[in-house]
Design a protein around this ligand. Sequence first.
Ligand code: DHB
Length: 368
Amino acid sequence: GLAQDRIRIGLILPMTGPFASTGKQIEAAAKLYMAQNGDTVAGKKVELIVKDDTGTPDVTKRIAQELVVNEKVAVLAGFGLTPLALATAPIATQSKTPLVVMAAATSSITEASPYIIRTSFTLPQAAVGIADWAPKNGIKKVVTLVSDYGPGIDAEKFFKDRLIFNGGTVVESLRVPLRNPDFAPFLQKVRDAKPDALFTFVPSGAGAALMKQFSERGLDKAGVKLIGTGDVTDDDILNSMGDVAVGVVTSHHYSTAHNSPTNKKFVDAFLKANNNLRPNFMAVGGYDGMHVIYEALKKTKGGTGGGDALLAAMKGQIFESPRGPMFIDAQTRDVVHNIYIRKVEKKDGQLYNVEFETLKDVKDPGKK
Ligand code: DHB
């Protein structure tokens, strides 16, 4: 159709490389949203342009520039890792293009451009929940182990500060490289420190390797509990982790097992459309991101107002997500949602993050 009859969304994701599972989940979720809600909004045909940035910040930025200049996209979306979102933020600002962060979760990302809206989560939101739960459940002495970049550093800091506030101690803080981490030497240090628990953040997709080495080093047998943000018990790979994962307690905003009609509908449709691939928290960030874009287009009657009107229509949205109630704070442009404390349980031969406690309407504690 004519250019004025269509709206283009540039979805930039790691579709290859070590973070391809994030790209696969978000692309599948965005396509599911469009299949369920149609590809026409307010009389405009919605075109989703999916591009692979391989998880490399320079590539993300270059693709974003091309999509804005050549394809005239109304929205930039995706952003599978923090450095990819941060590299692209200046493009959003310069071109006044709303940028919807569907995956990356370092607190400060939304402060990198006034055109950024986030539908994923923040690590401070996720980390404080487990730091409140742990000391009430016999866990006082903790070692932290995180991926050495934005979200890991957020997780480490907000977990530690809250645990200390609650009377616990962090005896050692370990950081592993983001790419190709060898957990073994770090886990040996954890064993030597004999903590009550190891708190961890690793990005989506990396949890199985950590879990395997945790058990191979005999940490579980030595009585060290594993706790973390829910990234480590990622639903995408949880079933491949085996019994070492059973009983692991984490805090996060989404579980495939979240008990609501909205989620059951989402999970059933996602499984069906994707050859039984389980949707994880990345999928939900993508699905909800598409919802925010669609609802904004309805409000603007399909217009963008040079970017500003579309951005304004994204702020303040309240809706029922598969994760539970969700709100885009108009002031911070960041997501406000429930954080759940969950325990891995086996049901009918499958592993699930079963939610057993809810912290309601949690704002990002990283924002002043
Ligand atoms: C980020 C990436 C992840 O895979 C994750 O689980 C959390 C945060 C990030 O890079 O921001």
